[in-house]
Write a protein that binds this ligand. Structure first.
Ligand code: PMP
Length: 359
């Protein structure tokens, strides 16, 4: 059977071109006689793969020399601990914005290490919006401010970068590389790879160099950013294949025209899908239109008795992984960079036909 359209929130769709390239190179990379998976991470070949991927990533986001880019393991969830362990330094308070399930997880982990000041929360609105920046109760002496620019489960995305005095820390797991970003506004950005970067098992951290070297004494070695920075992310064996495959994705993004071009395509895809949902009485999206995510589009059917039928029929139509997160139910279409516009068109056609048959 042909490949289907995959709307999974993560691990998510990868560009087909990249998969075929990896397939071609899998057993014998560039004639060296073995797979990237079988190479020493210290070999000239792998070091060249890693360096090129890192440079392409820096090029895409125009990252300056005052930042380190780290390729680490442990998922974005490990960053929930690594951020406070490394950035608190001699401070005891950190500011957090609570806009959804991922913010909440970051907050609860940070509470192990410091006083967390929740500057604003949209929990009372069931995480369907972003609290007005004017109303945020910022601390005077926070070590940093942490927020989640795109909440993958709720489908809520910031349309602004908070302007605060403390170093800004952002969990960009589900929207990195979806549009150009002014990295210079941030102290630290992290992202699990399995949505808009590459396969699971890799997490990328972009950290301003002046924030390094201040980890708490009891920080596990592998949780210390400085250790990774000094070792070029090779203090131990890095996730070599995920790093390589992400490198292929970065080249693919460059071939598409870079992040400006991706931003236009992503906007078009999201506008189409929300446009269709909004004009229908059969489907709805609960998020404040200003803060609707361009990457994750949750929607519900007017009659939730039809949910399982919808998912079954969608799968038959080769539209995969449209179930909402297990904590919220309903549907969710994740439309990351690698989900082509024709997949969104196919989804809308399917939704129209389903509405016609079941409304
Ligand atoms: N933050 C966000 C915004 C996410 O979407 C996810 C994963 N869905 C995580 C953190 C956790 O990532 P991981 O599974 O890599 O730990």
């Amino acid at each position: 059977m042909a490949r289907a359209y995959n709307f999974c929130a993560g691990p998510a769709a990868l560009p087909e071109e990249v998969l075929f390239q990896a397939q071609e190179e899998i057993a014998n990379w560039h004639g060296v006689g073995c797979s990237v998976m079988e190479m020493s991470h210290r070999s000239d070949e792998f070091v060249s793969i890693a360096d090129e991927a890192t440079q392409d990533f820096k090029d895409l986001l125009a990252i300056g020399d005052d930042y380190e880019v780290l390729f680490v393991q442990g998922g974005a969830s490990s960053q929930f601990s690594m951020v406070p362990l490394n950035l608190l330094s001699d401070k005891t308070t950190a500011d957090y914005v609570n806009t959804g399930q991922w913010s909440k997880k970051a907050i609860s982990e940070a509470k192990r290490y410091c006083d967390v000041n929740v500057v604003a929360s949209s929990e009372a609105e069931n995480f369907t919006t972003v609290p007005d920046f004017d109303q945020w109760a910022l601390s005077k002496d926070a070590a940093y401010l942490h927020y989640t620019p795109n909440e993958t489960i709720g489908g809520v995305e910031f349309d602004f970068i908070p302007n605060v005095d403390a170093p800004l820390v952002a969990d960009y797991s589900s929207s990195i590389l979806s549009e150009p970003l002014d990295v210079s506004k941030f102290g630290l950005i992290y992202a699990g790879a399995q949505k808009n970067i590459g396969p699971a098992g890799l997490t990328i951290v972009i950290v301003r160099k002046d924030l390094l070297g201040k980890a708490k004494d009891f920080t596990p070695t592998m949780f210390d950013y400085q250790v990774h920075a000094k070792a070029g992310s090779m203090n131990n064996t890095p996730p070599t294949y995920a790093w390589y495959l992400s490198g292929l994705v970065f080249k693919w993004l460059k071939r598409q025209g870079g992040l400006k071009e991706m931003a236009e395509i992503n906007k078009r895809k999201a506008d189409k899908l929300y446009g269709y949902i909004d004009q229908s009485d059969f489907y709805s999206n609960p998020v404040d239109p200003r803060y609707r995510s361009r990457m994750n589009v949750p929607f519900v059917l007017a009659d939730d008795q039809l949910d399982s039928k919808f998912l079954q029929k969608a799968e038959e139509a080769r539209l995969l992984n449209l179930a909402g997160h297990r904590s919220v139910g309903g549907m969710r279409a994740s439309i990351y960079n690698a989900v082509p516009e024709r997949a969104v068109d196919a989804l809308i056609d399917f939704m129209k036909a389903f509405e016609k048959d079941y409304a």
